[in-house]
Each structure stands twice: as C-alpha cells, then as structure tokens.
Ligand binder design. Sequence first.
Ligand code: SF4
Length: 70
Amino acid sequence: MADCERLNVCPFFAGSMQNMPRVAEMMKKRYCLEDKTACARYMLASAGIAVPKDLFPHDLDRARMLLCKS
Ligand code: SF4
C-alpha cells in the first residue's frame, strides 16, 4: 500500500509527539508506510475530526469513541 499522504504534516511521523513509544520506528513502517487505514490518527483525520495531540496510531479504541461522539 502507498505511503500515508499525511507524512509531511503528521507529528507522529515527525517524531515530535511527547512520550513517543520505543517501537515508534516499527509503528511508522507498519502504519505510515504500509497501512494508513489501520491508523487511529488517519481514521480521525480522514473523517474531518480534530486529531488529539497525544493520539498514537494504535489507539483505535479512543479513535472509535471520538468518531462515535462526532
Ligand atoms: S499513518 Fe497515521 S501516524 Fe502515520 S503519517 Fe498517516 S496519520 Fe500520521
């Protein structure tokens, strides 16, 4: 699958979020470079919902909750 089109604007990909997980590089490969559709941040952004600053790609439960509230 193609790279996520948000690579240039995403603080997770830039590594600028606080408390970046130790496995961040693996996560970038898994989500950002292979399957953006599995990413919680992408899920919200593509739905036009503001992405919380501290939301990580694997925080799917939180993303789904925010989607339900929208
Ligand atoms: S896949 Fe998710 S974390 Fe990666 S650049 Fe896209 S929105 Fe950001």
